[in-house]
Design a protein around this ligand. Structure first.
Ligand SMILES: Cc1ncc(COP(=O)(O)O)c(C=O)c1O
Length: 281
């Protein structure tokens, strides 16, 4: 088989990280509902020791999502919020984060009501104007956190322009890509360092499980997030990893249908006498 990055998106959604099971030839990744693994000797194992640290079903999902976002690694968590929490716990007390001002409401709740008690500082700005990001960056800014399009107002930010600023200022850029999915937008290719998803939405696609992922472009982030999975333990269960692996196989097909459906709803609303034109840019 060609290297997975050379294959098309829809093919990678089905095959990346999903080689047939070596034991049985099963073409679907098995669910490994095990807490621990037998050791051949002290410190000798087959790459798996304890499922908070690593689990084969989770490994396969992480390989798959890393491939779809064009990252070097992905780390999955028990919800989108758990993924965002892990992301900001890579920071230290005294660090400052520049954030979009129309993020999904749970994100500023976590930042303002939990993380600020641990000494992190957050500023909220309109990231639809990239220059605002440059103006908001301080000496202690370590992260710019953008959602595009935003939930709920669907505001759009220019990721290439923001990532150019972040690179110049040596600040990491994280993007919540939940609502485009990697099918329509790949922030790492536009210069971002980290991508977050609530897999609960399009990646899973069946409304039958919560989940979250952080996809990394840099080894240091991948290592730190793997450590945080082990240290904090908010990992996704093998069964839910399997559900996302199953759901993601149809991501390309589903997004091709979501797109005209969303357009049709927007066109209908734009002509509705009770809808103000400003809401339909
Ligand atoms: C854009 C966005 N990011 C993150 C989250 C949080 O994800 P979860 O509900 O899986 O914790 C949501 C939830 O709606 C969301 O819409």
């Amino acid at each position: 088989m060609k290297k997975t990055r050379e294959l098309g998106f829809a093919t990678r959604a089905i095959h990346a990280g999903q080689e047939p099971d070596p034991l049985t030839g099963a073409v679907t990744v098995p669910i490994y509902p095990t807490s621990t693994y037998v050791q051949q000797g002290i410190g000798e194992n087959k790459g798996y020791e304890y499922s908070r640290v690593t689990n084969p079903t989770r490994t396969r999902l992480e390989e798959n999502l890393a491939s779809l976002e064009g990252g070097i690694a992905a780390r999955v968590f028990s919800s989108g919020m758990a993924a965002i929490h892990a992301l900001v716990t890579m920071l230290k007390s005294g660090d400052h984060v520049v954030c979009g001002n129309d993020l999904y409401g749970g994100t500023p709740r976590l930042f303002n009501q939990v993380m600020s008690d641990f000494g992190l500082e957050f500023s909220y700005i309109d990231t639809t104007e990239a220059n605002n990001v440059e103006r908001a960056i301080r000496k202690n800014t370590r992260l710019v956190y953008v959602e595009t399009p935003t939930n709920p107002m669907m505001r759009i930010s220019d990721l290439a322009a923001i990532s150019a600023i972040c690179r110049r200022k040596k600040v990491a850029l994280a993007v919540d890509n939940t609502f485009m999915s990697p099918y329509f937008q790949q922030p790492l290719a536009l210069g971002a360092d980290l991508v977050v998803h609530s897999t609960t939405k399009f990646l899973n696609g069946h409304s039958d499980g919560l989940g979250g992922v952080v996809v990394c472009a840099r080894e240091e982030h991948a290592e730190k997030l793997a450590f945080l999975q082990k240290a904090s333990g908010a990992i996704l269960s093998p069964f839910e990893c399997w559900l996302v692996l199953r759901g993601v196989k149809t991501l390309a097909a589903r997004m091709e249908i979501h797109h005209p459906s969303g357009r049709a709803v927007a066109d209908f609303l734009s002509k509705h006498p009770k809808v103000e034109a400003d809401f339909y840019p």
